[in-house]
Write a protein of this length. Structure first.
Length: 135
């Protein structure tokens, strides 16, 4: 009896197929710019062997899994203030400083929190008509 086992031949090539699937997953994760370039990834093949009481047959389970790098965290900043009724409100800071303006991709002037600025008057166009004081 030969004790040599070819992994690529186990379960009629199923182990190799599972490995290839995990290999592809790991390679795609390495190529993903949203993950750490230098984080270690791994592929694990676990073979569990359970012999019967007479040690004549062995039931086995073969599992393949990979560990990949998580997506990089995303950072943002919120500014806080109060609305005209005195309620606390917050808004994501889209650019630089809340008092700084910028041009969006369409060429519209916006405040640091993304609100449109009227190009003729320089006033902030508010969608709901309420003025929010973030000071």
């Amino acid at each position: 009896m030969d004790n040599h086992v070819e992994l690529s031949g186990l379960v009629q090539g199923g182990v190799q197929e599972q490995f290839n699937k995990e290999w592809d997953r790991v390679i795609r994760n390495i190529d993903d710019p949203n993950t750490s370039a230098t984080a270690a990834r791994s592929i694990t093949i676990t073979i569990t062997l359970k012999p019967d009481k007479k040690r004549k047959t062995i039931n086995s389970t073969i599992a393949t899994k990979s560990t990949i790098a998580p997506d990089n965290p995303l950072d943002t900043t919120f500014v806080m203030g109060a609305d005209s009724a005195g309620n606390v409100v917050s808004k994501e800071l889209m650019f630089g400083d809340e008092d700084q303006t910028f041009f969006d991709n369409e060429g519209t002037v916006r405040t640091g929190t993304g609100e449109e600025v009227d190009k003729n008057t320089g006033e902030i166009k508010s969608g709901d008509g309420n003025v929010v004081n973030f000071r």
